[in-house]
Design a protein around this ligand. Structure first.
Ligand code: URA
Length: 235
């Protein structure tokens, strides 16, 4: 059993707020009866739900936060290498990683079978922020930091958006970027004449990697995290 508004939101009909509006506007029926209560509990596998007379079939999307270990590739399948999907111990149809982390990069990777969510998180228009912990081979100068903060130009001429930089010590920094160019962090640091020795993603949009998750481990997103993802997807 599941709340009607939750079922509709999980099926991609909009955010919780938007599907409540659908229900209030009498556009939703359950077993042919018009429903106006969004907290109605339905049997998602038995009851016939329709919006504007179009049937809605329940298929709960899955949202997993993986702490990607180094050495594993961000792909759905690969004949020679372990992929992030190989680390999930249950078959979930259509599961894919939202974006890519390099093989030697660790940290937060969202795995889902919600296609529109992946598009939203990766859309260049949404400027979803991602924070990385970076270990450098050589310290950045003040001028390098200024360039990163105002938008650094990569070696091939590509212009980056301004990034936020937090300095912990000479060789340990955090960078927050709002785009996802190929090898972006490594290339930003290379322009500064330094090299990335270790890279770990800590956040992506509303998601944060929790320290309880060891490399290779994953967990289902909480209800709160899912709501934040839905809001991003549907706006
Ligand atoms: N930037 C990189 O250079 N590599 C990653 O894996 C992610 C961001």
């Amino acid at each position: 059993m599941i709340r009607l508004d939750k079922m509709l939101a999980e099926c991609g009909l909009g955010s919780r707020r938007e599907v409540k509006q659908l229900i209030r506007k009498k556009r939703v029926t359950v077993n042919g009866m018009q429903i106006t209560r969004d907290d109605l509990k339905i049997d998602e596998h038995q009851d016939h739900v329709a919006v504007d007379d179009q049937p809605v079939f329940y298929h709960a999307f899955r949202y997993l936060i993986l702490n990607k270990p180094s050495g594993v590739i961000s792909a759905t399948e690969d004949p020679r290498h372990t992929t992030v999907i190989d680390l999930v111990h249950e078959p979930i149809r259509g599961l894919y990683p939202v974006g890519r982390l390099d093989r030697d990069t660790e940290g937060l990777l969202l795995l889902t079978n919600d296609g529109p969510l992946g598009h939203a998180l990766l859309s260049p228009k949404k400027h979803v922020s991602k924070t990385y912990a970076v270990t450098l081979s050589r310290p950045l100068t003040k001028e390098d930091q200024r360039k990163i903060e105002t938008g650094i130009r990569l070696e091939n001429g590509e212009q980056c958006r301004p990034a936020v930089i937090q300095i912990f010590d000479e060789l340990h920094i955090q960078l927050t970027i709002t785009e996802g160019k190929y090898h972006q962090i490594k290339r930003m640091i290379a322009v500064c004449g330094s090299e990335v020795m270790h890279l770990k993603r800590l956040t992506m949009g509303p998601l944060t990697l929790d320290s309880a998750l060891l490399p290779g481990e994953y967990r289902e997103c909480t209800e709160k995290e899912k709501e934040a993802l839905m809001a991003l997807r549907d706006h």
